[in-house]
Design a protein around this ligand. Structure first.
Ligand code: ADP
Ligand code: MG
Length: 698
């Protein structure tokens, strides 16, 4: 249960005085439904109320506080009651009109009596020689000057929500922050010069200048560190829990894996062997394995997964391999088949397309244990899929699956070991945040004979040349991927639709071209991809569905349109689709050139790709150039989102948080000590309390 001190913060924003359901809905739109969400909504700007110019010195658009004498009220004429109410004021150096729409006259007469002096704060606008201020932010009697804050935070808004209302709501939320025990270690507080949490929160909401809004400011760093520690502690606790739960010790005799390995047409690379050894050590140990295998596209993860599965099958259990797309599941199944045959292991392919009797038969075989290996899509998550004895779950291309799905699959078997394989070369920093609950094996070494893919950036204006290059590659016996970023033409975006491009390419190359995109039916997709994989089609025009898909050894060229819109990691992954056979590959990054040419960042990004073939290096650079969310495409990544921390800015804090979380879990895994109790509050505050629930449910 949530510590009761936090209850006020977790109450609905309607509990704030003056916030009704209608306003609450608007506030919820920009912040969230509860007070804590408001408190964690960071200001995006600051208005300096200490700027006190004479009217004559002001310029259009500036925010200023003026000392004005009220000269004359100019109510709307009676035949046009909807026109604004104006009040002419002066300060000796010039005149300004305060403008009010739908204002109450009696209120204005009380606030701004003719002949009196008032401090008036707001944005000054100039129309020709006229100055005006629409709806001043503050009107204060000079005798109560102290009521005017020197500066005010500015928050994101939505239509119908006024800045003042939002400011008041945030202040109201911050006022509800209770006294909480300090959860951070004293030495870290001292080293970083951090104030207590509540003070830091108040500070970020009372900026004096733009400097105070920076993520590098002390109060922001303190809050970011709290959030990072909460997320790292949650991961560390989960991992500790999984370990402690105890897995099973799978002791195979090596016979099946050996049979499959000797049927391979190649020898494993050193990194593949090393990863496999690490996995096998986990499998034979009586604790639960939760391991991530990271390796570039083409580094040979599939065979590692398969051999791991065979080790478990040798020990009498079953294994499942899950891929993010049907195409990929099918391809895995096909590549594995001869090896499984060599080992004499029965397997099934399970996708969303299996229906009726056929599906029932497959499910029965799995449940009764006749079939030892299932390869499939997320269809293996379905509740009706049961195993006789699931020992190992392998999840390929992890970045498409979230932490939640990872946990769900593990629940399908008691003490099921989990192996996650990803081709997204995740920078170390991000790996820590997303996979802090896992052990990591890396495959950096490529299978022998792989040549670097020649990579070039070409403006779209040279499309005709590129098409001729494609024709040459095909007559030399190669195959070509042509990647477009969107499925349908979107005029706003100006994207070349795959469909449109396909028509053009068909016109030039005829039946040699195939099209595949996410909106096609599964059967159509498969048909197109198989024609390409068999070599019957020479060009595959595709959206990014191929990104984690097909393996076509004869593909030598990949053309990527609107390369400037892709993340580097994604481009690198796409590029990995070519040059897998003995012929060298090339990658053409087509970019749309705006009026000003490519931006410096875009140029720098494309350069990184041209100069490096190392996914890990590329990922680090991408993070540096773009920031965390973008580098991964957060929406699909399953990466935790942070309200206050920014991984590019707060990297070193993350590392401290990782180390401290580990220490906490080593010393006080049940969070029983005094600090442990405080850390529970922290976990709830940042809504990472799932970890506590798991801690209890055991
Ligand atoms: P990943 O899943 O890591 O992108 P794959 O497992 O699909 O890569 O392997 C890519 C290709 O490399 C496959 O055709 C595979 O058979 C081949 N391959 C894997 N390991 C080796 C190796 N050690 N030597 C040569 N080829 C290999
Ligand atoms: Mg793969």
């Amino acid at each position: 249960m949530r510590p009761s001190v936090l209850n006020p913060l977790f109450s609905d924003i309607t509990t704030l005085p003056g916030v009704g359901p209608k306003m609450a809905a608007l506030i919820a739109k920009v912040a969230g439904p509860r007070l804590v969400d408001l408190a964690f909504t960071m200001p995006t700007g600051v208005i300096d109320r200490s700027y006190r110019p004479q009217l004559a010195e002001t310029t259009d658009g500036v925010h200023a506080t003026l000392t004005l004498t009220v000269e004359a009220h100019e109510p709307p004429p009676s035949d046009r009651p909807r026109s604004p109410y104006r009040i002419l004021c002066s300060d000796g150096s010039g005149y300004i009109r305060l403008v009010f729409f739908r204002a109450r006259r009696d209120w204005l007469e009380k606030q701004l009596p003719e002949g009196e002096t008032r401090l008036v704060s707001g944005k000054i606008e100039e129309y020709g020689s006229q100055r005006q201020m629409v709806h001043p932010d503050a009107i204060i009697d000079p005798e109560k000057e102290g009521d005017m804050p020197p500066a005010e935070a500015v928050y994101p808004l939505t239509a119908g929500l006024q800045q003042k209302v939002m400011q008041r709501a945030v202040q109201g939320a911050v006022a509800q922050v209770p006294d909480m025990p300090e959860w951070q270690r004293r030495d870290i507080l001292q080293k970083e010069d951090f104030a207590p949490f509540t003070d830091a929160l108040r500070d970020v909401h009372s900026p004096l200048s733009r400097l105070d809004l920076q993520e590098s400011s002390l109060p922001r760093r303190r809050l970011a560190y709290d959030e990072l520690l909460a997320s790292q502690l949650a991961l560390a606790l989960t991992r500790h829990r999984q370990r402690a739960k105890g897995g099973r010790a799978f002791r195979g005799d090596g016979s099946l894996a050996r049979a499959a390995e000797s049927a391979l047409p190649f020898a494993l690379t050193g990194d593949q062997q090393k990863a496999l050894a690490e996995i096998r050590e986990d499998l034979t140990a009586p604790r639960k394995m939760v391991r991530l295998v990271q390796g570039d596209v083409g580094s040979g993860k599939t065979v590692v997964g398969l051999l791991a599965a065979l080790s478990v099958i040798e020990a009498g259990a079953q294994a499942v391999l899950m891929a993010p797309t049907e195409i990929l599941a099918r391809q895995h199944f096909e590549t594995m088949e001869p090896l499984l045959e060599a080992a004499g292991v029965s397997s099934v392919l399970l996708t969303g397309r299996d229906k009726g009797q056929e599906r029932q038969a497959k499910l029965r075989a799995l449940k009764e244990g006749f079939v030892k290996l299932a390869v499939g899509t997320h269809a293996v998550f379905s509740d009706d899929v049961e195993f006789d004895d699931l020992g190992l779950a392998i999840i390929d291309e992890q970045h498409r699956f979230g932490v939640q799905q990872r946990l769900k699959l593990q629940e399908k078997g008691a003490g099921t070991d989990v192996l996650v394989m990803t081709a997204t070369p995740i920078p170390r920093t991000l790996a820590l945040t997303a996979y802090g609950d896992m052990d990591v094996s890396q495959i950096r070494e490529k299978p022998p004979g792989r040549k670097p893919v020649d990579t070039r950036a070409v403006p779209i204006a040279r499309l005709a040349d590129v098409v001729e290059g494609v024709a040459r590659a095909i007559s030399a016996g190669g195959q070509v991927y042509w990647v477009c970023p969107l499925v349908e033409a979107n005029e706003d975006f100006g994207a070349t639709a795959a469909e449109e491009r396909f028509e053009e390419i068909r016109a030039r190359f005829g039946e040699a071209a195939e099209l595949v995109h996410g909106k096609m039916k599964a059967a159509e997709k498969d048909a197109a991809v198989s024609r390409f994989a068999r070599g019957d089609a020479k060009i595959l025009v595709a959206t990014t569905v191929i990104e984690v898909g097909v393996n076509a050894p004869d593909a030598t060229v990949i053309v990527i349109e609107h390369a400037e819109r892709f993340g580097l990691a994604q481009l690198h992954q796409l590029r990995g689709r070519v040059g897998r056979g003995d012929k060298p590959g090339s990658c053409i990054l087509l970019y749309a050139q705006g009026d000003g040419g490519l931006s410096e960042t875009t140029k720098a990004r494309l350069n990184v790709l041209r100069q490096s073939q190392d996914g890990f290096e590329i990922a680090e650079e991408d993070l540096r150039l773009r920031g965390a969310g973008d580098a991964l495409g957060t929406a699909q990544s399953g990466f935790p989102e942070f309200a206050l921390a920014n991984l590019a800015e707060h990297q070193n804090l993350l590392e401290t948080a990782v180390a401290d979380a580990k220490l906490v879990v080593d010393e006080d895994p049940e969070l029983r000590s005094e600090r442990g109790e405080a850390l529970r509050v922290l976990l709830y505050l940042f809504q990472r309390d799932d970890a506590i629930k798991r801690l209890r449910s055991g």
